[in-house]
Design a protein around this ligand. Structure first.
Ligand code: PLP
Length: 359
């Protein structure tokens, strides 16, 4: 049966009934942001930081930030809601769609660990669907094995920690043919050459895209992430989020980061150039067995005695991530792309530890 825009998805069937029927809390600043404000028990005496009002509650509907994001992405502002990092947006997904002890979710492994951890926090079962040996997602394989209880599939593209974009056609197939929610986490999309599913949003009412200011925007400390999805799902996210989840400063810093396009693009360009340099240098080392292609701001590579290598780099003050305990990633290390000077230091130390160059 096709029920919604040619897909098998029906929103009312995947939303938890208590959320569907929920009358959300109505906060004082929903409608009125200016005037003689005597309705919210705020302190009337002005406090400001960098022109941002601090004594009043911030806009619960995040209008200025959502408008700026919408303009930059070419979607309507009703398709966007922002959270304290995309980690908060993950929590909304569980609140809206997953009944603890009844519903389950699926992750495509190996991937970012927070999907599984958040599922555990909410008391929701998490199933693991394996990516292929080249870390690709097989939609047909997923569709033939997905448990009936599954409500949400988490895909990460480019994937952490493998670094690759998932195939867009496979993601479109699963959106089209599966009646659950398909989350595509695009935290690292700014470092890839295309590959976003953003243009697929109008086709798929079950697609939820996650983005963050922590990577391409270079604002991890601000804690700002957002969902781009259908206005109907955004309405549900706004229902379950705490009224004033984002501080006025966070939203202000987000708008400033969005406007600072030139330095963002320059940094991303440099990271991409350095990514290729590190990958090429790693491939020359005899102790490095495999360097996986990356569309992100990190590189996954396999080397002999990875854990001991990580420890010895640490002793030299160079911190990389040991991924060798992750199933399928034996002897794998993930290294983030740093500044050119940091990358050179990393390569120099690794060269000493991972043997000479291959001839
Ligand atoms: C795939 C992925 N999504 C999301 C995040 C975190 O995003 P945020 O900082 O917005 O919570 C990370 C952080 O490493 C990540 O790897």
């Amino acid at each position: 049966m096709t029920a919604n825009g040619g897909t098998r998805f029906e929103l009312e069937k995947v939303v938890r009934p208590n959320v569907l029927n929920l009358e959300p809390y109505h906060s004082a600043r929903e409608k009125v942001l200016e005037g003689v404000l005597l309705d919210a028990n705020e302190n009337p005496y002005k406090a400001e930081w960098d022109g941002v009002c601090l004594n009043r509650y911030p806009d619960p509907f995040q209008r200025q930030l959502r408008r700026a994001l919408a303009d930059s992405l070419g979607v309507g502002m009703k398709s966007i809601a922002a959270g304290v990092g995309s980690d908060e947006v993950l929590e909304w997904i569980f609140k809206v769609f997953c009944q603890p002890g009844v519903d389950s979710v699926v992750t495509a492994e190996p991937t970012y660990g927070m999907y599984q951890v958040t599922a555990a926090v909410f008391g929701v079962d998490c199933h693991f669907f394996p990516l292929s040996s080249s870390f690709d997602f097989d939609a047909r394989g997923f569709l033939s094995t997905v448990p009936k209880s599954a409500k949400v599939l988490f895909l990460c593209s480019p994937n952490n920690p493998t670094g690759n974009l998932l195939d867009r056609e496979q993601m479109r197939t699963v959106c089209r043919e599966w009646p659950g929610i398909v989350v595509v986490d695009e935290a690292y999309i700014h470092f890839a050459d295309g590959g976003s599913v953003l243009a697929d949003l109008p086709d798929f009412p079950n697609l939820v895209i996650l983005r963050t200011f922590s990577k391409g925007f270079g604002r991890a400390a601000v804690r700002l992430g957002f969902a781009v999805t259908s206005p109907e799902i955004i309405k549900l996210f706004l229902k379950v989020k705490t009224p004033y989840n984002l501080s006025a400063l966070t939203m202000h810093l987000g708008c400033l980061a969005l406007a600072d396009r030139e330095s963002r693009e320059e940094n991303i360009r440099s990271i991409r150039v350095e990514r290729e340099r590190i990958s090429a240098e790693l491939r020359k080392l005899s102790g490095v067995v495999e360097v996986f292609p990356s569309d992100a701001n990190f590189i996954l590579f396999r080397c002999r005695e990875a854990s001991s290598m990580v420890n010895r780099l640490f002793e030299k003050g160079i911190v990389v991530r040991d991924r060798s305990s992750v199933p399928g990633l034996a002897d794998c290390i993930r290294v983030s792309v740093g500044t050119p000077a940091e990358n050179t230091l990393f390569l120099e130390e690794l060269r000493k530890l991972a043997g000479g160059s291959r001839i």
